[in-house]
Ligand binder design. Sequence first.
Ligand code: ZN
Length: 227
Amino acid sequence: MSHIDAIDNSLAHLFENNRAWAKNVSASRSTFFSDLAQQQNPEYMWIGCADSRVPANELIGLLPGEVFVHRNVANILVHSDLNCLSAMQFAIDVLKVKHIIICGHYGCGGVAAVLQNRRFGLVDNWLRHIHDIKHKYTPLLNAQANGTESINRLCELNVIEQVSNAAQSTVIQDAWARGQSVTIHGWIYNLHDGLLRSLGLEVSQWDDLATQSTQALQRISTPTQAK
Ligand SMILES: [Zn+2]
């Protein structure tokens, strides 16, 4: 035991889990950690909700090192958030990821808080971005059958809006201008069955955005395609 192990034992079970995990991974692939330490070469960047039930690389069956992950409350991508933009810039300019996946999830607590006008504190300021989306799509949201459906529609609208924000960012605009291939995808995850669904957004150039956003909005506005 090193001196570090002796410092904090209150979460000893997590260190135990970690040792078991590292042992299992090494047993199934002996060079896993040495390969990983050499380089990270992901093709995908994931921008998702910080919700603990949405583990990015696990639910798409990828290993650590295969997806570059950024998470925040309610998977918001705004142009004043240097954290998210910096992660995107590094992913695109340095790691050369080919796909940016913006993934929301149904039943998102952040989205629900907005629709239910609940207050939690500082995070309410962050969620103002979702309030803006709510105001923009009030008629569509009011047309939903019940509160759960309204929350789920706003979760989808949030993804559509964040895909648009990503496409308008200088990071993506610059990548496209120099001919780098980067596609932005809009997905949503269902906590109840563990399944992902595409919202039909696969934006790989500026001209794709308006048409695809309109089509995605039409799809979620059509009651016969209720989820
Ligand atoms: Zn969430």
